[in-house]
Design a protein around this ligand. Structure first.
Ligand SMILES: *[C@@H]1O[C@H](CO)[C@@H](O)[C@H](O)[C@H]1NC(C)=O
Ligand SMILES: *[C@@H]1O[C@H](CO)[C@@H](O)[C@H](O)[C@H]1NC(C)=O
Ligand SMILES: *[C@@H]1O[C@H](CO)[C@@H](O)[C@H](O)[C@H]1NC(C)=O
Ligand SMILES: *[C@@H]1O[C@H](CO)[C@@H](O)[C@H](O)[C@H]1NC(C)=O
Ligand SMILES: *[C@@H]1O[C@H](CO)[C@@H](O)[C@H](O)[C@H]1NC(C)=O
Ligand SMILES: *[C@@H]1O[C@H](CO)[C@@H](O)[C@H](O)[C@H]1NC(C)=O
Ligand SMILES: *[C@@H]1O[C@H](CO)[C@@H](O)[C@H](O)[C@H]1NC(C)=O
Length: 476
């Protein structure tokens, strides 16, 4: 009886602003506490920028959490529970969360929230949205599952140069674990904060499901290699050849990060793949424009966050995983025909965190103009460009193939930057980077004096690639 009364009172208190989606488009945030005190409290403290922190367990927090968990457990599936839904700014304005996914590569079983790095939030959000960024080590966060079970959130802010993202991880409760992995259900999770002691309801909500493949996970004896695209923005015309090339060299799963490709072409391609090769290509919506979010580097479309999202979302079902732009091609060099051959021959079962791939820039013959062959976008990219820089570019443009579960292990020890990287022999593998694929530009080593004619990739792959594309596009 008392309990029901408590819930009623709570709903009455909240009834002023009922919404279920990300609210900041229509509703101004109601901040009912003074954030200034928080800032002054932390201003002079020098916090380590990176790292895991233990989560406090004060009696106050426990009581607050206990109350919140009772409230959450009482909400039904479709309750108008007044909590913004991911992707969104949290109701307390502290966090900007872009995605959530479940995986078995962190904490055994956990949820990971991918969030915008706190110092970037003001730049990323529309100007008229008030936010109160707090770094993760200034917060005390918790996951509350729909049965009321609670687990602590562990936080990690990663920052190397402009590549910044924050991760929040909470272990799954037994209930959530069973729902997801045994029963194949969508779970409802609430992110709660005890940072602000007078906030009595959670700050965010999300619905999470795991990709079906990982449940039915079949060919486990096979090393699986997954490639995610960098967030894709109107580049779909280069997609098929990129996927088919990487299929030829041994990749078996492709994830398209779709920003705003509203033209039918991307959908057409995705439909063809779904019919021809079910399960080969997935699309992850990575569009935040209806929220008015603009990346600090606008042409990146939250690429750093997407990289982490890809790692967590697909890490379970991939021995190896990478994220590339569509002008980047991973090319095993003879005698290796596939990436699988290359990895087996060079690393066997040794545990390594990643393989470091240096760009080999492909250039135009003449830096200030395309030749007619290079102009012709009906030709394949590997056919168009046959001049390359003489040497690999070794400073700052590298991409990686990761082993997802060892990236976790190493990140716990603050070793993201220094994780066990393997620098492959230049004779074994290359990252062909067709930097002038969609616009003329000069890349390091591509000056007219420096670059050399290099037709080897074209000659090895162009016929097989054309056949593969024809097979895909063939109706039967
Ligand atoms: C912010 O400004 C945009 C247009 O500039 C408007 O559409 C939106 O409703 C505004 N949001 C708030 C919370 O005022
Ligand atoms: C999980 O759910 C999906 C669709 O919701 C279904 O296609 C699949 O067969 C289910 N898998 C299991 C193991 O129940
Ligand atoms: C499993 O691997 C074998 C051997 O490579 C392959 O022929 C088969 O198609 C694979 N099955 C699935 C479901 O991927
Ligand atoms: C890509 O995203 C846009 C919205 O941003 C959507 O309209 C389109 O259907 C998506 N394409 C695919 C293939 O999912
Ligand atoms: C992204 O696109 C999908 C499909 O068009 C749409 O349902 C969703 O609301 C969009 N999300 C955001 C945050 O803009
Ligand atoms: C490069 O192209 C520009 C513009 O077409 C032309 O003026 C120049 O002569 C070309 N240089 C060479 C070395 O072909
Ligand atoms: C290549 O395309 C550009 C722009 O479309 C054009 O100006 C140029 O003449 C073309 N070059 C050749 C060699 O056809």
């Amino acid at each position: 009886m008392l309990f029901v009364l408590f819930i009623l009172i709570l709903f009455t208190l909240l009834s002023g602003y009922i919404y279920t989606k990300c609210p900041f488009l229509t509703t101004t945030l109601k901040a009912d506490i003074s954030y200034a005190s928080y800032y002054s409290q932390f201003r002079d403290v020098s916090h380590p920028a990176d790292g895991w922190k233990p989560v406090g367990h004060t009696i106050d927090e426990q009581n607050l959490l206990h109350d919140m968990s009772i409230v959450v457990a009482a909400w039904s599936e479709n309750a108008e529970d007044n909590i913004p839904t991911v992707p969104c700014l949290s109701a307390d304005g502290h966090l900007l969360v872009l995605s959530v996914s479940a995986s078995r590569i962190r904490y055994g079983v956990s949820l990971t929230f991918v969030t915008v790095y706190p110092t970037d939030m003001k730049k990323v959000l529309p100007k008229n949205i008030s936010s109160h960024p707090l770094s993760s080590n200034q917060q005390s966060l918790w996951c509350i599952f729909s049965d009321g079970s609670v687990t602590p959130v562990y936080t990690y802010d990663s920052k190397y140069g402009n590549d910044r993202a924050s991760l929040l991880d909470c272990p799954l409760s037994q209930f959530a674990n069973d729902q997801l992995w045994k029963l194949n259900q969508t779970i409802r999770v609430y992110l709660a904060s005890t940072t602000t002691k007078d906030r009595k309801i959670p700050i965010l909500k999300a619905f999470v499901k795991v990709p079906v493949v990982s449940i039915t996970s079949s060919n486990s004896s096979q090393e699986s290699f997954t490639l995610c695209t960098s967030p894709l923005h109107n580049k779909a015309k280069y997609l098929v050849q990129w996927i088919e090339f990487h299929r030829l060299v041994g990749f078996s799963k492709f994830i398209i990060y779709n920003t705003t490709d509203t033209d039918d072409y991307l959908s057409t391609i995705v439909n063809i793949y779904t019919q021809k090769y079910p399960g080969l290509v997935d699309v992850v919506q990575w569009n935040f424009s209806t929220l008015g979010l603009v990346d600090v580097l606008p042409t990146r479309y939250f690429q750093t966050e997407a990289l982490h999202d890809c790692l967590i979302r697909y890490g379970d079902q991939s021995e190896w995983l990478g994220m590339l732009d569509l002008d980047e091609y991973i090319v095993p060099l003879p005698p290796y025909e596939t990436i699988v051959d290359y990895v087996h021959a060079n690393f066997g079962r040794r545990i390594i965190g990643s393989i470091n791939l240096w760009s080999q820039f492909f250039c135009t013959k003449n830096a200030s103009a395309y030749t007619s062959e290079e102009n012709d976008t009906n030709r394949l990219t590997i056919e168009r460009f046959t001049f390359s820089a003489r040497n690999r570019h070794k400073s700052g443009r590298e991409k990686y193939l990761y082993r997802p579960r060892f990236v976790l292990y190493l990140s716990i020890h603050h070793q993201i930057v220094g994780l066990s990287k393997q620098h492959p022999s230049e004779k074994h593998i290359t990252l062909a980077h067709y930097a002038t694929m969609s616009r003329l530009r000069t890349m390091p080593g591509c000056g007219t004096n420096g670059h050399v004619e290099d037709t080897s990739i074209r000659n090895r792959f162009v016929n097989r690639l054309k056949t593969a594309i024809a097979t895909l596009m063939n109706k039967h």
